[in-house]
Design a protein around this ligand. Structure first.
Ligand SMILES: *[C@@H]1O[C@H](CO)[C@@H](O)[C@H](O)[C@H]1NC(C)=O
Ligand SMILES: *[C@@H]1O[C@H](CO)[C@@H](O)[C@H](O)[C@H]1NC(C)=O
Ligand SMILES: *[C@@H]1O[C@H](CO)[C@@H](O)[C@H](O)[C@H]1NC(C)=O
Ligand SMILES: *[C@@H]1O[C@H](CO)[C@@H](O)[C@H](O)[C@H]1NC(C)=O
Ligand SMILES: *[C@@H]1O[C@H](CO)[C@@H](O)[C@H](O)[C@H]1NC(C)=O
Ligand SMILES: CC(=O)N[C@H]1CO[C@H](CO)[C@@H](O)[C@@H]1O
Length: 485
């Protein structure tokens, strides 16, 4: 889901379509809702800066949203958890959770994640200040918010249910795990609960998802990316590459980082399209929702465009047209400059600088080309790990230790809890780090064959796959049952 998660756990999204996604946020103001759901408020909560140091009394303002339209006295309280991007108010008007709220008479809150959107705990995004950015601090924010709001509004004896998709899906599960007295049940959609430095399985799922459209498709992608890698070895080809991919400045390859960034940017189109294939995120104002696996594979299969390399370039052009980009910026030095800008007005302050920091200090999740069973080449694990040093002075050793500690702290796949449901979509590459089998009857997985990242959270559509509609109903029945316990 793209609230935040939208700009998903997959920062690649931003590398490739950053502009398009960001512009889409502004557009919500123009979405005129004609239903009775329109009313919701933007509010601010006084939050502690450091929950784990009693001597630190500093506070800041955390943004949240409230929709009371469905609340019936005595009903439950729903809390949508924000993630690695601005909390998108579109979720206060649309989304499956609201249809559950309507049926169950729930009061609905959404809390923006610290350091994202308008929730600024510190004066800037310096590495020193980013020390206060972690999932643990975010969970403590949720706990403090839940406690104070319940007291202020007389909701202490109501049952609270947490929702989240992608990284916030993990937070929804962990909130129930770590604060079971504060949250009665959780819906943890497409939640990557296992931290791992290297995540080569991501691109393996991309291969399988492309192959499910057409067996030839990933082979053609592989052929194209192999050709590309070959050409990158010869500087005489750079003028042609610059032209073929409509790069903003002449291709310059001085280090491994330069070539890896270029190759990753091009692969990013395929990764994004697979992750969000045919979902219903258009309601958020997202552009490019008609670019699907089917569309990419039909371009890759179009022999009239020339060799696979030329078709790969055609895909890049299609994305530039779709997102109205004048040219493709595939320069690592620009990326490095943007990512190290610590201003709240900086080019990566929409979430990239913050999220990559969280990957370097908690989760890893690096979608490397280290597996042979995937279609791309040229962005190995070392390329990702080096960014932690370049952007935040975090060493490979520190990263490895942090990831081990994250799994120790949350339990990875062994979540010792209850009343958490884990929906997963078969073509979503993130399912590889999710809960894929029922842990206990009280910790069920809901498998949705043929859907992408967070599909069950979006508003229902008539063209949805029947299994997606069934999954939504199934989750509703679980909530109904759990709220009686
Ligand atoms: C660049 O492309 C042109 C035609 O598209 C081709 O004739 C030429 O050989 C290419 N140059 C290199 C160095 O590959
Ligand atoms: C996607 O939609 C846009 C705007 O509606 C349209 O201009 C474009 O041609 C469509 N692209 C594809 C591949 O269908
Ligand atoms: C950071 O980005 C802002 C906004 O784009 C810009 O004004 C500022 O000069 C940048 N700072 C540095 C150090 O590049
Ligand atoms: C980077 O971290 C190391 C220790 O981890 C420290 O000694 C060094 O001063 C740091 N460098 C910068 C530029 O902050
Ligand atoms: C998923 O659906 C495909 C076809 O739509 C089918 O071939 C496959 O067996 C299904 N997988 C599962 C696990 O149900
Ligand atoms: C793709 C995937 O991991 N799917 C799993 C999701 O959860 C169900 C349980 O309901 C598993 O059977 C699937 O394998």
């Amino acid at each position: 889901m793209s609230l935040f998660p939208f700009l998903s756990v997959l920062w690649i999204s931003l590398l490739t379509f950053g502009e398009g996604y960001y512009k889409s946020f502004g557009r919500f103001n123009h979405v005129q809702d004609v239903t009775h759901r329109a009313a919701f408020d933007e509010l601010w909560f006084t939050q502690k800066l450091d929950h784990f140091n009693g001597a630190d009394r500093r506070v800041w303002k955390q943004r949240y949203f409230l929709n009371e339209a469905f609340y019936k006295p005595g009903g439950p309280v729903f809390l949508m958890i924000g993630g690695e991007g601005p909390a998108n108010p579109a979720w206060m008007q649309y989304g499956t959770w609201l249809s559950y709220a309507e049926k169950l008479g729930a009061l609905c809150f959404m809390l923006e994640h610290r350091f994202y959107g308008k929730s600024h705990p510190t004066a800037d995004l310096s590495t020193d200040n980013l020390r206060f950015l972690s999932s643990r601090q975010a969970l403590a924010d949720l706990a403090h918010f839940r406690t104070v709001i319940a007291e202020d509004r007389g909701l202490s004896n109501r049952k609270w249910v947490a929702f989240g998709g992608s990284y916030p899906g993990s937070l929804a599960a962990w909130f129930r795990l770590k604060y079971p007295h504060l949250v009665h049940a959780s819906v943890a959609t497409s939640a990557p609960v296992h931290a791992t430095v290297n995540f080569p399985e991501y691109l393996e799922v991309v291969w399988r998802s492309l192959a499910s459209e057409n067996a030839e498709c990933p082979l053609l992608v592989k052929k194209a990316s192999d050709t590309l890698l070959e050409r990158l070895k010869d500087p005489k080809t750079y003028d042609n590459l610059t032209k073929d991919f409509n790069l903003c400045s002449k291709l310059q390859i001085q280090t491994e980082m330069d070539s890896a960034y270029f190759l990753e940017t091009l692969a990013g189109t395929f990764m994004d399209v697979v992750q969000y294939n045919e979902d219903n995120r258009g309601f958020e104002g997202a552009t490019g929702t008609n670019i699907t696996i089917k569309v990419l594979c039909s371009v890759m299969g179009d022999a009239s465009l020339g060799e696979p390399y030329a078709r790969y370039a055609a895909v890049a052009h299609l994305m530039m047209d779709t997102f109205s980009m004048k040219c493709l910026d595939a320069s690592f030095s620009t990326y490095l400059r943007d990512m190290t800008n610590t201003s709240w007005e900086g080019p990566a302050a929409g979430g990239e600088r913050q999220w990559v920091y969280q990957t370097c200090t908690e989760f890893g999740f690096y979608q490397s080309t280290d597996s042979p069973n995937q279609p791309f080449t040229g962005f190995p694990l070392v390329y990702h790990v080096k960014q932690c040093a370049d952007f935040y002075n975090v060493s490979a050793e520190q990263l490895a230790m942090a990831v081990v500690q994250t799994n120790e702290y949350y339990g990875s796949y062994d979540i010792g809890s209850s009343r958490i449901v884990f929906p997963n979509g078969s073509i979503d590459p993130w399912h590889a780090l999710g809960i894929t089998l029922d842990i206990t009857p009280d910790l069920p997985a809901v498998f949705i064959n043929g859907t992408a990242h967070c599909a069950n959270m979006y508003p229902a559509r008539s063209e949805d796959l029947p299994q997606l509609a069934l999954a939504r109903d199934h989750i509703f029945l679980l909530l109904q049952q759990w709220l009686k316990q």
